[in-house]
Write a protein that binds this ligand. Structure first.
Ligand code: NAD
Length: 288
């Protein structure tokens, strides 16, 4: 079997068009555009690239894009004061504090300070709890995008065997919650899991979110499975250049899977599109 490649770029473009139409309707109804403000502390080059592309995508969708770039020396109290000001700003519907934060700042405290109604990353404990208990929530962007791609490939996933590899709060755990809410039979694997190969071999849906290049071997993949590769790992090449690879042995897995996401061009573009969708959702919720 040769897998169908899930084109995350094309799917994200469609979602961005839907969001832009929703934004236009919001502007017509409320006389203002939804606003997303991104806060970046420090000079991490990868974070700076993400923040820039989030800002461009926000503006392209017709929303108001705000940005605060703070020096790495910013104290936790200063950052909390900025978050409080954004919470109180009626023109701001979504607040995103780019992670990772410098080590002298308590990330959990900052996330908990964001108004849950403006928490477009879906990381606030209130949103995590709402997702876990089946209530409507602002859901983390990466797993939201993964679920859309899975359902487009497979349709109804009720009763399907799903394996999520990685149990982070931003990808693995919310992914498992979303799949559970869709009535899949979910296994959550992590660094202490024994026999990862055996779990992969049983899974009709595999979501790999670990950060280890080629951790999931192609030969493990169940024939016909839907494989979603969240991993983004930069590996050095012999010629001194580097390239981005996922957590799945892509070429070998493509020979067995039914559907597979490439890296890059799979999950990544969907994450930003889902951030825009969350911002529109937050604006609608606040306006209601
Ligand atoms: P994390 O480091 O917070 O979590 C990694 C998880 O992998 C942990 O729960 C750990 O238990 C598990 N793990 C480690 N070794 C393992 C092993 N040998 N077997 C099974 N599980 C193991 O990472 P994260 O923030 O969840 O990100 C995971 C990957 O996804 C990274 O490569 C990251 O860059 C990427 N990512 C991509 C996007 C995107 O938009 N494409 C978004 C977020 C994260």
């Amino acid at each position: 079997m040769t897998a169908t490649i899930i084109d995350g770029k094309a799917r994200a473009l469609r979602l961005r068009e839907t969001v832009a139409a929703g934004v236009a309707a919001f502007v017509a109804a409320h006389g203002r555009a939804p606003g997303l403000t991104v806060v970046l502390v420090g000079e991490d080059p990868a974070s700076a690239v993400y923040v820039r592309s989030k800002g461009l995508a926000t503006a392209a969708a017709g929303m108001v894009s705000g940005e605060h770039r703070l020096p790495v020396t910013t104290s936790e109290a200063e950052l909390l004061a900025l978050v409080a000001a954004l919470n109180a700003d009626a023109t701001v519907d979504g607040i995103l504090v780019q992670l990772p934060l410098p080590r002298h700042i308590d990330t959990d405290r900052v996330i908990a300070a964001i108004d849950p109604a403006k928490d477009v990353d879906g990381f606030h404990p209130v949103n995590a709890g709402r997702l876990a208990t089946g209530l409507d929530a602002l859901v983390p962007c990466t797993p939201s995008g993964c679920l859309m791609m899975i359902e487009e490939a497979l349709g109804d996933i009720s009763g399907r065997e799903a394996l999520v590899i990685g149990r982070s709060n931003i990808v693995g755990k919310p992914m498992a919650a979303l799949l559970t809410a869709r009535s899949a039979t979910v296994t959550l694997a992590h660094s202490r899991t024994r026999d990862l190969a055996g779990h992969v071999a049983r899974a009709e849906i595999v979501v790999a979110a670990v950060g280890i290049p080629d951790l999931v071997k192609g030969a493990w993949v169940r024939p016909g499975a839907c494989v979603i590769d969240v991993g983004m790992n930069r590996v050095a090449l012999a010629d001194g250049k580097s390239k981005l690879v996922g957590d799945v042995e892509y070429a070998a897995a493509s020979e067995r899977a039914g559907w597979i996401t490439p890296v890059p061009g799979g999950v990544g573009p969907m994450t930003i599109a889902c951030l825009l969708a969350n911002t529109l959702k937050a604006a609608r919720m606040r306006a209601a």
